[in-house]
Design a protein around this ligand. Structure first.
Ligand code: CA
Length: 239
């Protein structure tokens, strides 16, 4: 997933969403970053920014804290609830306690206003680098199941599985977090890039297809265990 994003970053460019109500600041920052070759989109309110952060495929969000409709700290939490994306907070509040609070609520970094385009770009590079570590493991295994993120191949008991793109993404996401319960909301946000509607069956449908390919069912799970009311957990079968 997100192949395009990695390519963008590796070529030195990033997709950047700026959420800022001040028309002058917004224009100046957007022009400066666009002038450096980045793809920039801007929004002037918290709600529009939240929607854009979900709907678009940007690599990083620059979030102003003083927004007219919703407090930036709330927008931060809302974006965090649906997407794992680097968020750099722009604040006029030069207050260490405030900054610590923001980092604790999920901001990846911050800049104090007024800031230069050079500083902001350096921060953007830093947060993207953190998310793009080349020493990250690319192969995961649980029991007889192996998933290779680079070749996008999944092997079960020495048999190559024939998975669709979504099935592979789903399996990869779960095996990366093996042993931990992952909510359907999180799966929908990270794999389908969609907010969770209560009646949504997308995840269930794909899970049942994936189960069939793994030779199991919800009633007789081996790898994919439903934790009722919470989500799904991948574990190796007890042998
Ligand atoms: Ca503002």
């Amino acid at each position: 997933m997100g192949d395009g994003r990695v390519t963008l970053y590796r070529s030195g460019m990033a997709g950047i969403l700026i959420i800022e109500d001040d028309v002058h600041v917004r224009g100046a920052v957007a022009r400066a970053l666009a002038g450096r070759g980045h793809d920039v989109i801007t929004e002037a309110t918290g709600m529009a920014g939240l929607e854009a952060s979900i709907a678009s495929d940007v690599d990083v969000v620059i979030l102003d804290l003083g927004l007219p409709d919703v407090d930036g700290a709330e927008v931060l939490k809302m974006i965090r609830a649906v997407r794992e994306i680097p968020i750099i907070v722009a604040t006029a509040r030069d207050d260490e306690r405030e900054v610590v609070k923001l980092l604790d609520s999920g901001a990846d970094d911050y800049v104090i206003k007024p800031f230069s385009a050079e500083l902001l770009e350096a921060r953007i590079r830093a947060v993207l680098r953190r998310g793009d570590r080349t020493d990250d493991p690319v192969q995961y295994a649980a029991g007889g199941l192996t998933v290779d993120l680079n070749s996008r191949e999944a092997v079960l008991d020495a048999q190559l599985l024939d998975l669709t793109r979504r099935e592979f993404d789903l399996l990869a996401y779960l095996i990366e977090r093996a042993g931990n319960v992952v909510s359907k909301r999180e799966l929908l946000a990270n794999i389908w890039r969609q907010p969770y509607g209560g009646a949504d069956k997308t995840v269930d449908v794909h899970l049942s297809w994936l189960r069939r390919k793994l030779g199991e069912s919800a009633k007789e799970p081996r790898y994919l265990h439903t934790v009722r009311g919470v989500g799904i957990k991948l574990t190796a079968p007890e042998s």
